[in-house]
Write a protein that binds this ligand. Structure first.
Ligand SMILES: [Zn+2]
Length: 328
């Protein structure tokens, strides 16, 4: 099946049964033939015939999709060492979940996955978190360069008046518009990639660390004028600001567009997703949601099907155990 055919219709038709879904994942993970997870040998294994255990209790039950390595004589399946290992959820549903999360611009709630895939809410929640985990990106292999927009935003955590003491103006006044919200700082290369971090507080030190690790020395950094990022923290990097307070959003200097509109647009999608689809995101899980939104943005120029394949490529070697991840 060609990649561009990997849409919801194709998935639903082709992967209605688990054998096809497994063959698909085998092809994806093992383009050069089965790889033994025990000794690492490539294409030196044979498929075992599935058979039930004998009635007298002798002989072993062999599941479908089991391979035996001709080198080390160990058995394995394509899901060993992946997030699918030990999962009772059929692979076909996993593939559908991947596609739904990769193709929905604002993400998809566990409640909706639960309804669409006919799995329990808890399973849906867990699947979504495992998928987000595989979307988390390796540290950038090279620094972002060119025009870099840096900004912060605040997500989630709507203030409930009932949670403060009634008639307590002192406490009410102390709760500003961002209290109880989580701060997110993003660094975005115009026309390129974005990387977002949840930070406890937006401080100059936090921003400086992010810029130092993510942004090339030759880059041109653009922020709005309210940023805590000061020229002194940027090293050799050029810094331009737009003054949002004076209603300045775009300015041209020597034919160069000075603006933070790209990152503002990214934040708009992020906030619509977090506030609209996910409603409440526990701060301890926020970094996973950021991985999901960053992933989709960074793969925005490819088709939904290719984006799904990109995410599926991250399934190997990343097993998220239940103890690492509990519903909030
Ligand atoms: Zn082996």
């Amino acid at each position: 099946m060609a990649n561009d055919e990997l849409n919801l219709i194709a998935l639903a038709q082709h992967f209605s049964d688990d054998d096809k879904a497994r063959e698909f994942v085998e092809k994806l993970r093992w383009p050069d033939g089965p790889v033994c997870p025990h000794c690492g040998e490539v294409n030196n294994a044979y498929k075992l015939e599935p058979k039930p255990a004998k009635e007298n209790g002798k002989g072993k039950h062999v599941r479908k999709g089991v391979w035996k390595c001709a080198g080390c004589r160990e058995q394995f399946t394509v899901t060993v060492g992946t997030i699918f290992e030990d999962s009772h959820i059929p692979l076909s549903k996993w593939l559908l979940a991947y596609h739904l999360l990769c193709a929905s611009k604002k993400g998809m709630s566990a409640h909706q996955l639960h309804r669409m895939l006919k799995v329990t809410y808890r399973s849906a929640w867990f699947m979504a978190h495992r998928i987000r985990y595989t979307m988390s990106q390796e540290p950038l292999s090279s620094k972002l360069t060119g025009i870099i927009e840096v900004d912060e935003t605040y997500v989630g955590g709507k203030l409930r008046i009932g949670t403060t003491k009634p008639h307590d103006n002192y406490h009410r006044k102390r709760i500003g518009p961002v209290a109880n919200k989580a701060a997110v700082v993003s660094v975005l290369q115009r026309g390129g990639r974005v990387q977002s971090r949840h930070v406890e507080h937006v401080t100059a030190d936090n921003l400086r660390t992010m810029v130092d690790t993510m942004v090339d020395e030759d880059a041109h950094v653009m922020t709005d004028s309210s940023t805590v990022l000061k020229k002194a923290f940027l090293g050799e990097r050029t810094h331009s600001q737009v003054n949002h307070r004076a209603k300045e959003y775009v300015r041209y200097e020597d034919g160069l567009c000075i603006t933070t509109n790209t990152i503002e647009g990214y934040f708009a999608t992020l906030k619509r997703g977090i506030n609209g689809v996910y409603h409440h995101v526990g701060k301890q899980h926020l970094h996973r949601y950021l991985s999901e939104f960053d992933f989709r943005y960074n793969a925005r120029k490819v088709s939904d099907g290719d984006r799904t394949l990109l995410a599926l490529n991250g399934t190997g070697g990343k097993r998220l155990m239940l103890r690492d991840s509990k519903p909030n």
